[in-house]
Write a protein that binds this ligand. Structure first.
Ligand SMILES: NC(=O)c1ccc[n+]([C@@H]2O[C@H](COP(=O)([O-])OP(=O)(O)OC[C@H]3O[C@@H](n4cnc5c(N)ncnc54)[C@H](O)[C@@H]3O)[C@@H](O)[C@H]2O)c1
Length: 372
């Protein structure tokens, strides 16, 4: 049941992510109607069969409809810039999925449009809503880890199949770093609370021959105040995920080569986030006659039904964005902040392409092509 101050919302791109967003928005009393637009007639036809959403045959109809106040952009990455700028210029508030765009100039143009129109633009870095990671942020803010000095993310996943190839096309996706890893550099910047000075990334030759983008990265970021972050990513080794409907997705991928583990070390303590065993741990450092000590002081876990809230919390993100727009609040994360995370992604791609460390200060534009 929607409230009297509820707004109409549109979803641009009715694929996998668009379907998630639509499901989440149905939980918001602040949404009175949802309209879907997809440029693919086949995709749109499927939405026309549903009674809980409206459909629009053209973007123009959405942009010209004064009842629609907010658009969620869940189209493929190469469409983000044009859709975002058109929506902002039509006076709509915008949530755009990560990565912002396929190159830095386009991402910059989106921020410029938000600032020029004084519009609302939030980018989909939902890990800032995920309990797994907000717990660590809370520990940092409470001073339990001290200044964060060192983080390491080890991420191992299974490959995308041949049906999903826009993601593996350097032109449509903008590179593996933005498409798959942008969440994890954004998270690290958020935890460390500082900006990166230099990045060095290297990639081994691909295992997955049909990708235009890298299927692996080893990347190190050096922050201005001295913290260092490392990200290791391998896409091929984990067992192929076929989506068993009888099993929860996280349970199904546990122990089969999938890995998503962060170690976060500060001056006073450490934290570990570990997706597949569903654990978050904390250690406190001290000193006694032995010397430096570390005590394991806290472990948290969660149930499979809570995976969404702990892991990729797009649900709370969608509802928070609607609330912010209705109540006239700014985005949780400013578009400039999101742009900085995107600069780190493109810096890593340049570093891998040119086989050299890249200082962020030299990064005016992303390379013309990103990939292997
Ligand atoms: N935040 C996350 O964790 C997360 C997870 C998955 C996907 N995503 C992002 O969501 C976006 C969509 O991914 P997906 O998995 O749903 O892909 P998908 O291929 O399932 O769906 C994309 C849809 O966008 C449509 N589309 C493309 N260009 C369009 C345009 N100009 N106007 C309207 N529709 C257009 C396509 O026809 C397709 O139906 C991507 O940017 C992706 O990176 C984010």
């Amino acid at each position: 049941m929607s409230q009297t101050n509820a707004i109409e919302v549109a979803v641009l791109g009715g694929g996998q992510m668009g379907a998630h967003v639509i499901r989440h928005l149905a939980d918001s009393p602040l949404v009175s109607a949802i309209t879907v637009f997809d440029r693919s007639p086949e995709q749109l036809e499927q939405w026309k069969q549903r009674s809980d959403v409206k459909t629009a045959d053209s973007l123009k109809r959405i942009l010209g409809d004064p009842r629609i106040k907010l658009v969620f952009i869940a189209a493929s990455n190469d469409a983000h810039k044009d859709l975002t700028i058109a929506a902002l210029e039509a006076g709509k508030s915008v949530m755009c999925e990560k990565p912002m765009a396929t190159n830095l100039a386009d991402a910059q143009a989106m921020v410029d449009a938000a600032e020029r129109t004084n519009g609302f633009l939030q980018v989909g870095f939902e890990l800032r809503y995920s309990h797994l990671y907000t717990t660590v942020k809370d520990w940092i803010e409470r001073g339990l880890l001290g200044t964060v000095l060192n983080t390491h993310c080890f991420y191992c996943s299974s490959a995308w199949g041949r049906h999903d190839l826009w993601r593996a096309s350097s032109k449509a996706s903008g590179g593996m770093f933005g498409e798959k890893l942008s969440h994890y550099v954004d998270l690290t910047r958020w935890w460390i609370g500082d900006e990166v000075e230099e990045v060095y990334a290297v990639c081994a030759p691909n295992v997955i021959s049909y990708y235009q983008v890298h299927d692996n990265f080893h990347c190190t970021y050096r922050f201005k105040k001295g913290a260092v972050s490392h990200l290791t990513f391998m896409m091929a080794p984990a067992a192929t995920f076929k989506g068993d409907p009888l099993q929860n997705a996280v349970s199904q991928q546990a122990g089969d080569g999938h890995e998503l583990r962060y170690m976060v070390y500060g001056e006073k303590g450490a934290a570990e986030t570990h997706v597949f065993p569903r654990t978050i741990k904390r250690w406190e450092f001290g000193e006694d006659p032995y010397g430096q000590t570390s005590a394991w002081v806290q472990t948290e876990t969660w149930n499979p039904e809570e995976d969404f809230a702990y892991f990729h919390n797009t649900h709370d993100q969608a509802l928070d964005i609607v609330r912010r727009v209705v109540e006239g609040e700014p985005p949780k994360t400013s578009p400039r902040d999101a742009l900085e995370s995107m600069r780190l992604c493109f810096a890593a791609e340049i570093s891998a392409a040119e086989n050299r460390p890249v200082r962020l200060s030299e990064l005016a534009h992303a390379p013309a092509s990103v990939g292997k």
